[in-house]
Structures are given as structure tokens and as C-alpha cells.
Design a protein around this ligand. Sequence first.
Ligand code: XIL
Length: 332
Amino acid sequence: MNASATGTVSLRAAAQACRFHIGAAVAVRPLLEDPRYGEVLAREFTMVTAENAMKWPHLRPSRGVFDFSGADEIVRFAERHGMRVRGHTLVWHHGNPKWLEQGAFDRRETAALLREHIYTVVGHYRGRVAYWDVVNEAVGDATEPLRQSFWLRQLGPEYLDLAFRWAHEADPAAKLVYNDYGAEGLNEKSERVFALVRGLLERCVPIHGVGLQMHVNLSATEWLPDLAQNMERLAALGLEVQVTELDVRLKKPIDAADRQAQAALYADILRTCLAAPGCSALVLWGFTDRASWIPHYYENHDEALIFDREYAPKPAHAALVKVLRERCTPLR
Ligand code: XIL
């Protein structure tokens, strides 16, 4: 299936002339099992994120074992097709392996484990992963500045500084990102994210960017006007900003009008990103509704991505291509 087979220009072709990456999260199984998945991925995108393959339980099935097999598939695919890689993620409150969370480790041992993990994983991909989501979702949803987690409990708030410093030591050329959700517009959480990253910078912790996940529904139009301002203030700190996990879930039953509204929202988010200083990439959380986390995690929602289950482009695809062709600033 090439671009002419779908009757549309690919995102990758439309983005080619700009200093901007358009990416997608990738799952290992369809990459290995469904040739159409890899064809569309390589044709449409310039960047990939490992959806799960670089998370702790995948890389560390047990304490003594590092298993890079799935993650290596993704990185090799990206290299074969001239795509950049985002590594995701080194420190997260969610989904840590049992042997880690239930192990009887004291502070010193936990720090040693985290350092070993970061040195080994970032070191394994040294020079091959352009951006690392070093810490994911550390800020609390309610009022607490930092979310309760294994890492906070074991290491205290210092775990963030340590993680970024170790990642920088392991690959000084990789750009290091703090990634979170619900901090897209101007709200209490984005205030706390802003304060957190400003604090890291003040302590000379090596951080280069903030990732805004953006798992949204059609009500995102409410905070969209604030997105530009939020991106601007982060850029004013000298940080890059990236949209790291965009998907726009629709509530069932879904009709053609929903798909049009979805297309308009995708386009508005891309337009905002392209216009913002420092917004260097927009990454979707998958690309085909065939392989999306949405139906498994959001009851009664589906069709969040820009290709349908048979890899046919949806209105959102054409809308993104149009924005790229109109708005992306050509490389000089
Ligand atoms: C999700 C994956 O898409 C699922 O397949 C997995 O079961 C759970 O994690 N924020 C993140 C991502 O940073 O890592 C999450 O990915 C989605 C929410």
C-alpha cells in the first residue's frame, strides 16, 4: 500500500520539508506479524515511540535479566527506515514488575537498582534514541506536588534529579524529557508540572523537554486556546515541547460527524504545535484503530486514531496532511 494507493499524500512526505517530527507509538507484535502495519508506519511517520517494549516489565522480567528483544525490533525498524526514536519510559509509577515493587529493597538498594536500570537501558541505546521520557507522570492529580509511587516512597523527591542525571551520564547526546498527562492547558496540574521542571533547571538537572501526552476526547476544544500559552511558557524556560501520546477517542455510537470533529481537533492541535516556539514533534499513541489501547481502557470509546482497522486513512489523516503542507516552516 503506497501513498497513491490511498489517494492521499503521506504525513511523512508532507512533513519532509520541515524541522518537525510526526510520530507514532509502536507495538511489537503487529510490527512482526502484520506486514501492513510496518508499511504504513514507515510510509507515514518520521519518529517512533515504543508503546510498551521499553517499560520495566518488558525489559526486566526478573531482577537479573535484561530482555531487549522487543525494543530492539522497534529501534532496528526505525533505523532501517530513517526514523527517530523516542524511548519510553525509565521511571513510572504504573506497571512496575512485582519483583521490584514487592522486593524488600532499602533506599540504597533501590537507588542502585534504578541506576543500574538507567545505565544499562540508556547505555544499550546510546546514540540511537534521540529522546528519552526519563520520568513519566510524577506529578499528582489532586493537590500533592508529587504522586505517591514506589519511587517516591523509596527514594523521596530526589528520585527525579537522580534519574535525569543518570540518564545524561549514560547518553550525553540524548534529549531528556519529563512526560505527563492532563497538563496540556493552563490548570493546576500544568502549574505543578511547570514548577517541577523549573525546579529541575534551577538545580542544573539535565532536562531538555516536556512531553504533553494528550489522550483526549472531543471536549479538548475547551482548553485548546490555553495550549499555545502553556507551550510558550515552557519554551521560555529553554525547553523543547512535544506532543507525545496524542489520540482523540470517540464515544460510541460513532458517526461521520464525530470523525469530522475528530479531524478538526487533530488539525488544531498540530497547528498549535507548529506555531509554538520549541514544539519539535507530535507523536500519536498508535496510528491504526486495529492496535489502540483505547477500547481496552476507556469503556464505550473507540476509533481514536487516524487510520481505521483496515489501515484506510480517516478524515483526521487528510486534516493533518493539510496542516503540514500549509504551516510547516521549511528547513533553511
Ligand atoms: C499504555 C499502553 O498503550 C497500553 O498498551 C498498556 O497496557 C498501558 O500503557 N500514558 C503513558 C503510556 O505514558 O505509557 C500508556 O500506555 C498510556 C498512558
